[in-house]
Design a binder for this molecule. Structure first.
Ligand code: WT7
Length: 571
């Protein structure tokens, strides 16, 4: 689609600022904004919460507006400081130590955020899990991380196979429960008794803060390990890209089980002392517009899949609400369709700013600023302090307009520091000093980057990253399934949907009921977003001679494309 560039407006910085910064910038400059640059005492929880709570002018400012169909609540910076201190005391009492992994498996709630900062305050590593995960997904992550504690709700407890997790010593239950076990800790009871005073565990900038599990094309999900140093980039992009100002009401729609929900649902807004809206409950176009209207949201960070649903809901819905507070809108997770940008200009009289990054990168890398011309369909340009390029498979830079691997020069502040217990995997991301993202893209003559697709088999369905191997493994656990190959199939609303090809075991016959049963099996065993929307029963699944499923071939068949090199195909 051919579109005219949409003109820019000035945000916190103008274009000259960025041009200057691109030539002459060092991350050291950003460090001045943190209290540790003067005191030497580091902890991201302190910078995000306590620092504002200790400022008489900010102490009683609303930090968190929680809004769900059944609950509305506001917490000030001081309240969030006190509650996270209380929880840090609970953690101390239960013997949690610096470096321990403490996982959170619960819906968004004010308690979630008190727990999250409590974990950081004792120097432990937080592992947020998406509430929709089912048993297998929960087990894989707790097993790999050897978490010693889990915070969950009584309702979600049945999905936690705790007798099979030898490292899991304690389970904190947020809510009423009756079963007695010396493993269980009653959140509300312990919080009642805990002191609001706590001496924060000061850490090193390179100490662990977060583990986010994410999918690759092979193997189980991998633990992407982030350290406190990431706050430098969360802060900087909060200024440059999110364009945060003192009086903003900010809303990031992502769940903290995904990295967007921590880097930009927690750190960026609170490092800037900005009021942060957290919405619980399910997505509907009305409930989202209502949140923007009722909370007077000024800055909004969401995803193409949500925008596309709002587009389908039509103009009548938009016009029921007053969205005049909104000043700045951003998107991440999938390609942002030019049509959606056009719709945004129509619906909000605003541009939607695409941003590109990944779980592994910890923060935004390629973006559109408020002050730059947007080329609809482009992810934008690298932020200051970040060098991006298109490289070939040996890590050599390619000239403009040539497609290749989207790569980033190693060393930005929020870069993952490890893949948990898997140094070999970590090293495999880096070629010739470049972090190779797994995305293909090209750069035009003016330095704008254009996303083309994933180079591996990772599926992006409604902005959620799903590893085909995980789904295939679950499928073959079903008694009827012999073999499975899983691919992403293009879909106008969801970006991609998950399609599974399966063969059946002896004695089973293909039927609609069986296929539905298999779908439900993945949905209840793994998670709803990982359940294949389409399942096709085949006689055989193409494999290489070494037994690897040829997903690429399945995909070519599905899309009616040429099949390319099939020389490794098994007879
Ligand atoms: C993958 C990373 C951390 C952000 C949430 C997703 C795709 C991300 C864009 C974009 C096109 C995008 C890429 C990337 N992606 N942003 N602006 N345009 N594709 O994080 O789950 O780690 O997934 O999402 O393929 O590699 P994630």
């Amino acid at each position: 689609m051919d579109m005219q560039p949409i003109p820019a407006r000035e945000g916190n910085h103008n274009l000259q600022d960025y041009q200057q910064k691109r030539k002459n910038f060092h991350w050291e400059e950003v460090k001045e904004n943190f209290s540790w640059s003067k005191t030497g005492k580091v902890n991201a929880a302190y910078e995000a919460i306590d620092r504002h709570a200790e400022d008489p002018a900010k102490k009683d400012k609303v930090a968190l507006i929680y809004s769900a169909p059944d609950r509305e609540e506001k917490l000030t910076f001081n309240q969030l400081k006190n509650q996270s201190n209380q929880f840090a005391n609970v953690l101390n009492k239960e013997g949690v130590q610096k470096g321990d992994r403490v996982f959170l498996f619960m819906p968004r709630s004010p308690e979630f955020y008190a727990c999250f900062f409590g974990i950081l305050k004792v120097g432990a590593i937080a592992g947020p899990l998406f509430e929709a995960f089912m048993e297998q997904a929960v087990r894989d992550r707790l097993e790999d991380s050897e978490a010693s504690m889990l915070i969950t709700t009584p309702e979600l407890l049945e999905r936690v196979p705790h007798n099979e997790l030898p490292n899991l010593e304690k389970i904190v239950l947020v809510g009423d429960f009756t079963e007695a076990s010396n493993k269980y800790v009653d959140y509300f009871k312990e919080m009642d008794q805990a002191s609001e005073a706590f001496d924060i565990e000061w850490v090193d900038l390179e100490d662990g803060m977060l583990l986010h599990y994410t999918s690759g094309s092979t193997g189980k999900p991998k633990g992407v390990y982030h350290v406190h140093n990431a706050m430098i980039q969360h802060y900087a992009t909060g200024d440059w890209v999110i364009d945060l100002k003192e009086d903003d009401i900010y809303w990031c729609t992502a769940d903290p089980g995904w990295v967007t929900g921590t880097s930009y649902g927690i750190f960026a807004p609170w490092l800037h002392g900005v009021t942060n809206v957290i919405r619980g409950g399910r997505f509907t176009p009305d409930s989202w517009y209502e949140t923007l209207d009722k909370q007077n949201v000024t800055v909004w960070y969401s995803a193409p899949t949500a925008f596309r649903k709002l587009v389908s809901a039509g103009a009548d819905v938009v016009h029921k609400y007053d969205l005049s507070s909104l000043r700045h809108v951003m998107s991440v997770g999938e390609p942002l369709n030019p049509e959606v940008i056009t719709w945004g200009v129509d619906a909000f009289k605003l541009r939607i700013h695409d941003t590109w990054w990944m779980t592994e990168t910890g923060a935004m890398l390629i973006v559109n600023y408020p002050c730059m011309d947007i080329r609809p369909g482009s992810m934008g340009k690298p932020i200051p302090g970040v060098e991006a390029a298109i490289v070939d498979n040996e890590g050599n830079e390619l000239p403009p307009n040539q497609m290749g691997n989207l790569a980033i020069k190693k060393g930005w502040p929020s870069m993952m520091r490890a893949i948990w217990k898997n140094p070999g995997k970590y090293e495999s991301y880096f070629i010739n000093g470049w972090y190779v993202s797994g995305d293909s893209a090209y750069m035009d003559e003016d330095g704008y980057f254009w996303f083309q697709g994933r180079l591996d088999d990772v599926i992006n369905t409604s902005g959620e990253r799903v590893g085909p191997f995980e789904v295939e493994s679950k499928l073959i656990e079903h008694p009827a399934v012999a073999e499975a190959g899983v691919i992403g199939k293009p879909d106008p609303e969801r970006g991609e949907i998950i399609k599974a090809f399966i063969t059946l075991n002896e004695g089973y016959k293909a039927s609609d009921e069986l296929v539905e049963d298999i779908r439900q099996f993945v949905k209840t065993g793994l998670s709803a977003h990982a359940a294949p929307r389409e399942i096709e029963v085949k006689e055989t699944i193409p494999k290489t001679r070494s037994g690897k499923i040829m997903r690429r071939l399945l995909k070519s068949w599905e899309l009616g494309l040429p099949t390319g090199d099939t020389s490794t195909l098994e007879e």
